[in-house]
Ligand binder design. Structure first.
Ligand code: FAD
Length: 365
């Protein structure tokens, strides 16, 4: 007997929304189930004081894939924003990512040759770094490590850098050009008007149930679709029967200020261990806002426990091994496909989410 829907999509984050749009294009009837009271997942933004506020952290769209860029441009136009975060330490400002401006600010070096020489002189010798501190010093030396890496990383992970594994900073890109643009991708920008209108457009032709948890829904509606795309937490799907995968969480304190420009930049990282938050986001600068007021969010890193908002998967050996076991169970699950950052237990940038959803749907169809 024909079922009510061809596809149930669990989660209205970017992965779920791209899938819903594509499924409609091939004539599938789709139901999207979202446990939050609104759609969009972690790219959701909302307007306050005329400013698009990124509710789950600053989101800058960037990609080198033409296909992904073309796809995103079906739903919006992008502005010319470039992500050039700053770091603040001990009352001084530094440019990020580490580049010739940063070396000048740290060491006073003016040419690439001077900077490279100074870095070589600074680098500590740790042939087999045992922890993140040793690894960082072996790559960039003590001055840069203490000014820009130590305090920030310890806040981010809630642990001393001497207790963190070296793999976390396997690479620290150093640029020997005066270039503050964080991303190397050819296509970059912020959607004009925000991210929420994009996901709303993607969902136009799907049925959407917000404020509905899939597991409760399934208990009442066992058999209404041929296939399920599940973008929630893979371990939760299996009732945590092998144990819970770990995440790092963050929380935001958002405030409207009675001034038009608080910090002059979209993002300032606080690399000082004494300041409790990791960064301050001033949302209007993503869209070159001219509003009278401004909205800022202080971002705090925090431990995660089951039931809290999961942000960053902890892809260490232990968790990756556990994920592989869950993946085996997932592969055996008939007519259920796991996708997105929570379903695949993987940090995905937005362009990778779009690419993965495009590829996944191609495969199913
Ligand atoms: P999500 O957005 O998490 O969507 C999953 C959805 O499923 C959620 O809405 C959730 O409520 C719902 N759900 C879960 N379980 C259930 C259930 N049982 N029943 C019903 N619904 C359920 N990427 C970039 O490209 N550029 C950036 O600058 C950038 N900045 C970031 C900053 C931060 C702080 C973070 C954490 C991520 C950032 N990202 C960035 C990554 C970006 O957020 C992700 O690529 C994207 O949001 C992932 O989409 P998703 O659909 O996989 O997951």
């Amino acid at each position: 007997m024909k079922k009510e829907y061809d596809l149930i999509i669990v989660g209205s984050g970017l992965y779920g929304c791209v899938t819903a749009y594509l499924a409609h294009q091939v004539g599938w009837r789709c139901l999207v189930i979202e446990k939050r009271s609104f759609v969009g997942g972690n790219i959701r933004d909302e307007v306050r004081e005329g400013i698009n506020v990124h509710l789950y952290g600053p989101h800058v769209f960037h990609t080198r894939y033409q296909e992904v860029w073309d796809f995103a441009n079906l739903f919006t136009r992008f502005n010319h924003f470039r992500y050039c975060p700053l770091a603040r330490y001990g009352g001084k400002m530094y440019n990020l990512p580490f580049n010739m401006h940063t070396f000048y600010q740290l060491y006073g070096t003016q040419t690439p040759e001077e900077a490279a020489l100074r870095l070589r002189q600074e680098q500590g010798i740790y042939p087999h770094p045992r922890n993140l501190e040793e690894k960082a010093i072996s790559m960039v030396g003590r001055t840069m490590y203490e000014t820009l890496i130590k305090g920030y990383t310890e806040k981010q992970w809630g642990r001393k850098t001497t207790e963190l594994p070296p793999f976390i900073i396997e690479r620290l890109p150093l640029r020997f050009t005066f270039d503050n643009n964080y991303f190397n991708d050819r296509y970059q920008g912020i959607p004009i008007g925000g991210y929420t209108p994009i996901v709303e457009k993607m969902l136009e032709k799907a049925d959407v149930l917000t404020g509905t948890d899939f597991f409760e829904f399934r208990a009442q509606n066992a058999d209404i679709a041929d296939k399920i795309i599940f973008t929630g937490m893979i371990d939760e799907y299996f009732g945590y029967r092998l144990g819970a995968l770990e995440y790092r969480s963050v929380r935001f304190e958002t405030e409207t200020l009675d001034c038009d420009n608080y910090q002059g930049n979209a993002v300032v990282n606080y690399t000082d261990g004494e300041v409790p938050y990791t960064r301050v986001i001033e949302h209007k600068h993503f869209e070159f806002g001219k509003q009278e007021k401004t909205v800022i969010s202080r971002e705090y890193s925090s431990e995660w426990a089951v039931g809290m908002e999961p942000y960053y998967p902890v892809n260490d050996e232990k968790n990756n091994a556990l994920y592989e076991q869950y993946k085996k169970l997932a592969d055996e699950e008939e007519n259920v496909i796991f996708g997105g950052r929570l379903g695949n237990y993987k940090y995905y940038d937005m362009d990778k989410v779009i690419a993965a959803a495009l590829e996944q749907l191609d495969r199913i169809v």
